[in-house]
Design a protein around this ligand. Structure first.
Ligand code: CP
Length: 333
């Protein structure tokens, strides 16, 4: 594995399996001194609950320590645009700020969401890659415009924990939300399930097809693992025989950055809320996944989140173990 972990797609299937096995080993056999003296720097340009807490907790459980920077909240606001005259709110540029932070720690983790204006740039993760290029030490992506590798690893481990077999049907379903959300989680989830060898079905309304580059990458991963990737807007067809329903909200790639058109489109999609009646033709033991946070009774009904299908808490808990595995792998001499 390279020193930067930017995308789950940068890892081979064997590397993912190794990290998930390491996560399980650290869960069963604690190594409280493995990273003694090591420091994790965390930079959050966007809010978080799970990622913020689990990275710090994971580092502490391995004997290391961490610091958190939330640019503009108690620290200087950081500019990321190139060639800009910095006479506005930002007092410092990432080209100085991030290398300085990197010099204080052994590994950096950065969360920086999509700008949500230029789909091509966001799918290419241009801004995040520009940021990564100024960081000499290891970097882990804590969610960028198009990738959330830490979520993908935790999701893979959750499927292993549940003994969900390769070849079973994994439905990634679009669900509603009051505003357009980034593509990082659905792009990572479709790739993760394809690389794990599932029969992946992307269920989404018209206008919400994932970008072609995301689907192509996932189809290539599926080819290597004996899986498949298809998409449909037909819910009954998608859910027939499903073992997993993985719900996620995302903005329309077709109307990217056009919030007025998208808001009007989403207004007619309120039935894209996961309820028990979605599961009629699914396997009786079909489980429900979501990366969280989730808006109850908008994206997912209470009956699902509070019912026996839901594994969302287990899925969130796995963030801790899989991130510990990544830190251990990158930092342990
Ligand atoms: N799933 C996830 O990344 O959660 P947070 O946004 O709370 O970190």
């Amino acid at each position: 594995m390279k020193s930067h972990l930017l995308d789950l797609a940068d890892l081979s299937r064997d590397e993912v399996v190794h990290l998930v096995q390491l996560a399980r080993r650290l869960q069963d056999h604690p190594e409280p001194h493995a990273l003694a003296g090591k420091i994790l720097g965390l930079v959050f340009f966007n809010p978080s609950l799970r990622t913020l807490a689990s990275t710090q907790a994971g580092m502490a459980k391995l004997g290391g320590s961490s610091f958190v920077i939330t640019p503009g909240q108690g620290t200087w606001q950081l500019e990321s645009r190139l060639g800009v005259t910095m006479n506005g709110a930002c007092a410092e540029h990432i080209r100085e700020g991030l290398p300085v932070l990197a010099s204080f720690c052994d590994i950096l983790g950065i969360r920086s969401f999509a700008a949500g204006i230029d789909l091509t740039a966001d799918v290419a993760d241009s801004d995040y890659k520009a940021m990564a290029s100024v960081i000499p030490s290891p970097l882990v992506n804590l969610e960028s415009a198009i990738a959330h590798p830490m979520q993908g690893l935790a999701d893979w481990k959750t499927l292993d924990d549940l003994n969900v077999p390769q070849g079973s049907r994994f439905v990634l379903s679009w669900v509603n939300h009051p505003r357009a959300l980034p593509l990082a989680v659905p792009a990572t989830a479709v790739h993760m399930a394809a690389l794990r060898g599932h029969e992946v079905v992307v269920l989404r309304p018209d206008g919400y097809a994932l970008p072609a580059a995301v689907m192509e990458k996932a189809r290539y991963a599926a080819q290597l693992s004996g899986g498949s990737v298809t998409e449909t807007s037909d819910r009954n067809m998608a859910l027939a025989g499903a073992s997993i329903v993985y719900a996620k909200e995302w903005g329309s790639p077709e109307h990217y950055g056009d919030s007025a058109t998208e808001t009007a489109l989403r207004a007619g999609l309120s039935d894209w809320q996961v309820r028990e009646d979605w599961f009629t033709s699914a396997r009786s033991d079909c489980r429900f996944m979501h990366c969280l946070p989730v808006r109850r009774n908008v994206a997912v009904a209470d009956e699902i989140l509070d019912g026996s299908r839901s594994v969302v808490l287990q899925e969130a808990n796995n963030r801790l173990w899989t991130q510990m595995a990544v830190l251990h792998h990158l930092l342990k001499p």
